[in-house]
Design a protein around this ligand. Structure first.
Ligand code: PLP
Length: 463
């Protein structure tokens, strides 16, 4: 990590804000509201901290957008990228060609992926990777002589990206109402949210019950029409929804029973976020395809892809042409960044550190926030965590009283976080984090202190 001082020359924030409002259409943004408020300009990062154009320091508890796993300011990644740019900034992997980093990364991924995964299909993002999944599973069934198997089952409130197929696989109603989504051939079942649907059950009973919704839907559709089921091991953008331990093994059993492919979207959970290379290993998912992006390069350069199991790869390879791909599939600069990022994770033993030291510590410290008068539940898994802001607490999650959504309590709390130097995300009244994997115990203490301060400020606003 660099040790250079905070931003030596501060840019003119107001000029940048004016230019931004005049020319930049941001993702997932209310542009009218943004223009009134003025955008915040981030200028530098080091470790788990960022600095904005006014010199204010912030603790980035969201790792950018769930991706900067090794933290900011890694000069060895910058150098790997620069070396590759000087040697060969681009060549494609169409037309029987490849590049050294793309091959080396494919071989490396095969070594760190769960057993039985020896192939990768590269994309530029997680959304493109999920589009690839749609194309690949349909091609798979076509080659096996079952072309009518086209339907993919996903979950309400899932997030699988923002392309037409990605947003359709996702179950975000706010996205579906814009642009006539989902596209045909994609259907949704309920998410395994114990808080939302588990009344009267233990979490373990609920996990099995939630998986039974998949079986019900397969039967309704007809098993011979269903190509695959897709899910995030833990739903990230939906609000860090951690399924009961019984859920995934039961989903796997059902997929096996009906011979349906299982896709684990590990765009958030991959590359150490839960203390292993992939969460599939932790949750007993045994998927057939794994979507990845974000943490593969720690977000330094865009890269995504699909890890393809031997079962699926065998069919695709034997089938000859697979008419799908992107200009930047296997971009050599992105692959060079990924190789160095993975080397750092290994050298610094970040998986072991998260699994055995910092994640258990974060779990205990984060759970202590449940004592705050505003907090209903506070739970974490690895390096993702979420807490619910509630009007009235109760011992059981099902009897807590929520705030009127119109009050926007989550947004009030998020604004306090921003003003007090910590980035936390609000999903309705659920506050979530996904810090860089390098975060230390003292930094966890600092984060918890800041969260508590902002919860106090939010409470004062509501009184
Ligand atoms: N899948 C999951 C689980 C994600 O969280 C995201 C992004 O947050 C995506 C897919 C889409 O990835 P991208 O934004 O790189 O297209």
């Amino acid at each position: 990590m660099t040790t250079t001082p905070i931003v030596p020359v501060l840019p003119d924030t107001q000029v940048l804000q004016r230019l931004d409002a005049a020319h930049f259409l941001h993702p997932f943004t209310d542009h009218k509201a943004l223009a009134e408020k003025g955008v915040r300009v981030m200028v530098r990062g080091d470790g788990i901290y960022l600095w904005d154009s006014e010199g204010r320091k912030v603790l980035d508890a969201m790792s950018g957008l769930w991706c900067v796993n090794v933290g900011y300011g890694r000069t060895s990644i910058t150098q790997a990228v620069a070396r590759q740019m000087e040697t060969l900034p681009f060549y494609n992997s169409f037309f029987n060609t490849t590049t050294i980093p793309a091959v080396e990364l494919a071989a490396k991924l095969a070594r760190i992926a769960p057993a039985g995964f020896r192939h990768v299909f590269y994309t530029g993002s997680g959304s493109e990777a999920n589009d690839t999944n749609v194309r690949m599973v349909r091609r798979y069934w076509d080659l096996l002589g079952q072309p009518e198997r086209t339907v993919i089952i996903s979950r309400h409130n899932a997030y699988h990206g923002s392309t037409m197929a990605g947003a359709s696989l996702g179950g975000m109603s706010g996205m579906h109402v814009q642009g006539g989504l989902p596209i045909p051939g994609i259907v949704h079942i309920n998410q395994p949210s114990y808080a939302e649907h588990g009344v009267g059950m233990t979490p373990e009973e609920f996990g099995v019950h939630a998986a039974s919704w998949l079986e019900e839907r397969i039967r309704e559709l007809g098993p011979d029409k269903v190509a695959a089921f897709i899910g995030e091991p833990i739903q990230g953008a939906g609000g860090v929804i951690i399924p009961p331990v019984t859920y995934w093994p039961e989903v796997r059993r059902i997929c096996d029973k009906y011979d349906i492919l299982l896709i684990a979207d590990e765009v958030i959970t991959g590359f150490g976020r839960l203390g292993k290379w992939f969460a599939s290993e932790q949750f007993g998912i045994r998927p057939d395809l794994i979507t990845f992006a974000k943490g593969v390069t720690s977000g330094y350069v865009p890269l995504g892809g699909v890890l393809v199991s031997d079962k699926v790869a065998g069919v695709i390879v034997a089938g000859g042409d697979f008419n799908h791909g992107f200009t930047y599939s296997g971009h050599p600069v992105a692959c060079a960044a990924a190789l160095e990022n993975i080397r750092i994770i290994e050298e610094e033993k970040l998986l072991e550190q998260v699994a055995h030291d910092t994640a258990p510590y974060l779990k205990a410290r984060f759970a202590s926030l449940a004592a705050h008068p505003l907090v209903g539940t506070a739970e974490s898994c690895g390096f993702v965590a979420g807490l619910n802001l509630v009007r009235r607490k109760a011992g059981n999650v099902h009897y807590q009283v929520k705030f009127d959504p119109g009050l926007g309590v989550g947004m009030i709390c998020r604004a306090h976080m921003f003003d007090n130097g910590v980035i936390m995300r609000a999903v309705g009244d659920r506050m979530i984090i996904a810090p860089p994997l390098i975060m230390t115990r003292p930094q966890i203490d600092e984060l918890i202190g800041l969260i508590r301060l902002c919860l106090d400020r939010t409470l004062e606003d509501l009184e």
